[in-house]
Ligand binder design. Structure first.
Ligand SMILES: [Zn+2]
Length: 257
């Protein structure tokens, strides 16, 4: 996966469009459309991957008949992994625009910065940038077993590594230890950072670790964890789909053994 964020498009690459509409965006034959609709709002350049320059806008009026509207999550799972960072960026810049129209300190209308994607308040000078929420994911292992859990919102039968948002004042490592104990009642050691991923639900920056089990019996946190268990690596349950960091974390761990 690579994300290029130059100020202007690469003239050698074709254009593709991330065309938002309400709670979704449009695909044409399981790809982002190569042309914008006749009527749309202001255009934002997002960046490019190896295949295309990506621009984002909002549809005005009716979509072409052959466009298919999908949710952001489905779009991420449909397109190749090269599009994950671009779509994440487009969705988060869009959300920033929608939720940062006025200054939180003095309520004056915000103005866009000239040279980056931030905004500033012309009245009191407060600066605003798209919000990023660091979150950790940890795959806990014990010999040939992995500790996987499911939250009540998961698809039926699906289990994943533990995850949780970093609290103010906390390091990511401290968050791993805290969440492992809060969510399933176990202590871990030998943390190993594996990779990170921008995940726009709504503005997570996921930092993925593996950790060795140290002590404790699995005790699911009421309301957060519906079930948690040790699974042998040769008989894993349904796990999150490709493109998600949980999938990459599991693949990385299994490949490294
Ligand atoms: Zn202000």
């Amino acid at each position: 996966m690579s994300l290029n964020l130059p100020a202007s498009p690469d003239p050698q690459l074709p254009t593709q469009w991330c065309i938002f509409d309400g709670n979704g965006l449009y695909l044409l034959a399981e790809a982002l459309p190569a042309q914008a609709p006749a009527l749309h709002t202001a255009v934002r350049y997002i960046g490019h991957n190896a295949a295309a320059n990506l621009f984002a806008t909002e549809l005005v009026g009716e979509p072409p008949a052959d466009w298919q509207k999908v949710g952001l999550r489905q779009a991420l799972l449909t397109l190749s992994a090269d599009y994950t960072p671009l779509l994440a960026r487009a969705a988060q810049l869009r959300r920033f625009d929608q939720t940062h129209r006025y200054c939180g300190a003095c309520a004056a209308p915000l103005l866009a910065n000239a040279h980056d994607h931030g905004k500033h308040c012309p009245s009191c000078g407060e600066l605003y940038y798209p919000r990023l929420s660091p979150a950790m994911m940890v795959l806990i292992h014990r010999g040939n077993e992995l500790l996987l859990a499911r939250s009540p919102q998961f698809a039926p039968g699906m289990y994943s590594a533990l995850a949780g948002f970093v609290e103010a004042g906390e390091s990511v490592e401290e968050c791993v230890h805290r969440e492992a104990f809060e969510e399933v009642g176990v202590r871990v050691r030998s943390l190993r950072y594996m990779r990170s991923q921008s995940w726009p639900f709504p503005h997570s920056l996921m930092l993925a670790f593996t950790a060795e089990y140290e002590s404790g019996d699995i005790t699911p946190q009421p309301g957060e964890i519906e079930d948690a268990a040790w699974f042998h690596i040769d008989s894993l349950p349904l796990t999150p789909p490709p493109r998600s960091i949980a999938h990459f974390l599991l693949q990385d761990f299994l490949a490294g053994r």
